[in-house]
Design a protein around this ligand. Structure first.
Ligand SMILES: [Zn+2]
Length: 104
């Protein structure tokens, strides 16, 4: 029977379904007798759900997009304005070390 430390290393793979048959048998046996590691599995699944659901790419409806762009550029319900392209580093000056003391 494996100990908690060994089980913890397998929990992510267990939740992701990536364990070998031997690893799966070992962690199943451990989880049957260890409420703390079962709790870790629950947390790992919740974390996976949160992370998995957070990177879905959705775009705003066109009307909402126009309202937001209008609010930003002061034109209600305006079409998307063209954004001027800036040259690399345009308007950005390197900060001199002696000028940072002003901020402190
Ligand atoms: Zn355990």
């Amino acid at each position: 029977m494996i100990h908690c430390r060994a089980a913890e290393e397998l929990i992510t793979g267990y939740v992701d379904g990536e364990l070998t048959a031997d690893e799966l048998a070992a962690i199943d046996e451990h989880l049957a007798g260890c409420p703390a590691c079962r709790e870790r599995v629950v947390h790992e699944r919740q974390t996976k759900e949160l992370v998995g659901g957070s990177h879905r790419e959705e775009s705003a409806p066109e009307r909402l997009r126009r309202r937001i762009i209008g609010a930003i550029f002061g034109k209600p319900d305006a079409a998307a304005p063209s954004v001027p392209k800036l040259a690399p580093n345009a308007g950005i000056k390197p900060i001199k070390p002696e000028s940072t003391s002003i901020c402190l």
